[in-house]
Design a protein around this ligand. Structure first.
Ligand SMILES: [Zn+2]
Length: 152
């Protein structure tokens, strides 16, 4: 009987240490990525990945300009970042909160709970998908005001 309890405790400890290691590796990888984007402007090209959709079609996908926008944000240039990808810049704080909350839950060895506030509609995921698709379509319309959404 006590062997089962000791085994369960050992598994819990290993799981907790594994979660902590994964979290530390994630934080280190994120810090390294932020450092690279901060010190090397994606607008200069180099070793950054190219957008396959843009390369194949010549159109801007919903994510085009995000790396350049993050670079501008890291240098405190909010307007320049918004001109490159307004949707990514607006979604970045949400992404930071989601990552932080999930990381905290992983650190604590629990599952992150995301109760939906009343003001958020039940089908919010589909609204988000629709928003991303609409942004991707509208930023390729070469007419004001949609042309403002293209990375420039
Ligand atoms: Zn793209």
């Amino acid at each position: 009987m006590s062997t089962h309890i000791e085994s369960a405790t050992g598994i819990a400890i290993v799981r907790r240490v594994g979660n902590a290691l994964c979290l530390l590796l994630g934080v280190a990888a994120l810090a390294a990525a932020v450092y690279v984007v901060y010190t090397h402007d994606p607008a200069d090209g180099g070793y950054y990945p190219v957008c396959v959709f843009h390369k194949l079609t010549g159109l801007d996908c919903p994510g085009c300009g995000t790396l350049r926008a993050v670079h501008q944000l890291l240098h405190g240039h909010l307007l320049a970042a918004l001109r490159l990808n307004a949707l990514s810049v607006c979604m970045l704080p949400v992404l930071v909160v989601v990552i932080a909350r999930n990381s905290l839950a992983a650190w604590q060895g629990t599952a992150a709970r995301w109760p939906r506030p009343r003001w958020v509609p039940a089908g919010w995921r589909w609204w988000l998908v629709g928003l991303i698709i609409a942004f991707g379509v509208l930023r390729n319309v070469p007419v004001w005001p949609f042309a403002l959404l293209a990375p420039h």
